[in-house]
Design a protein around this ligand. Sequence first.
Ligand code: NDP
Length: 296
Amino acid sequence: MTGKILDGKLFAAQIRGQVAEHVARLKGSHGLTPGLAVVLVGEDPASEVYVRSKGKQTVEVGMASFEHKLAADTSEADLLALIAKLNADPEVHGILVQLPLPSHLNSDLVINSIDPAKDVDGFHISNVGLLGTGQKSMVPCTPLGCLMMLRDHHGSLSGMNAVVVGRSNIVGKPMAQLLLGDSCTVTIAHSRTSDLAETCRRADILVAAVGRAEMIPGDWVKPGATVIDVGINRIERDGKKALVGDVHFESAAAVAGAITPVPGGVGPMTIACLLANTVTACCRANGLEEPAGLTA
Ligand code: NDP
């Protein structure tokens, strides 16, 4: 028996459809076009692909896309000046600085210079604090996408045992906060967790955000559990390049109740949630009701 495959590609397309409807309504009824500014410093090829994809999808849902490509040796002062300009620009509702930044730039300082109301990545310390205290915030896109998929599959998550493997600020910690917010009993596991296999076996919801190819085998998965695989790992298999998650898909799918594939699971949800966050930011900035179902 194989668990249900949670199709992130399909779900992300539905989210983009909802975003496009809200954008059309904001334009038609309020003369507002939500705008997303993406700042890329340097020429990291993977980052360039992400930024292109974000720009394309932003335009496809009817929003304005502002791309700022800066040289790899851009000074911190120049980058902060650009962010200050974007913070003050009423046509820009969301600002995303593509990470990682070149090493001479202080990422924390740069991220915390973004107006928290425009921080559509949800990494500003104010948004981290708001999320941690259960207040309205901008929620990091990848964990938001995971939460949406879980809610869609289960309805209520209340009382479920959730295990998040990974404690990064970008995925693991905000994921744990969101699950706690939905009344799960949450365990955060990491590289020093003493018995990771046993910890995982207790999970009704198992979220893997590690970055180690196929490290979670099927016999770590509780029968019937829902497995959310955030990992994106590039490997060589049979002489070919392949993309795999942190979970060994075939063996886990055989015992899980539901599982996200890689690719086509969590990945597509991230940009969809970025677009959703930009619409939410635009509504909040203009005192309008936020779209239901697109926020945590
Ligand atoms: P980080 O490298 O920042 O964090 C990895 C976490 O995994 C750390 O907390 C680390 O523990 C933990 N870890 C490492 N080795 C082990 C181990 N052997 N056992 C248990 N835990 C371990 O990664 P990110 O959170 O940024 O990303 C995680 C994965 O998700 C990556 O594959 C990344 O590519 C992917 N990703 C996917 C996205 C998407 O859109 N789908 C978006 C963002 C990330 P410790 O803290 O103790 O070192």
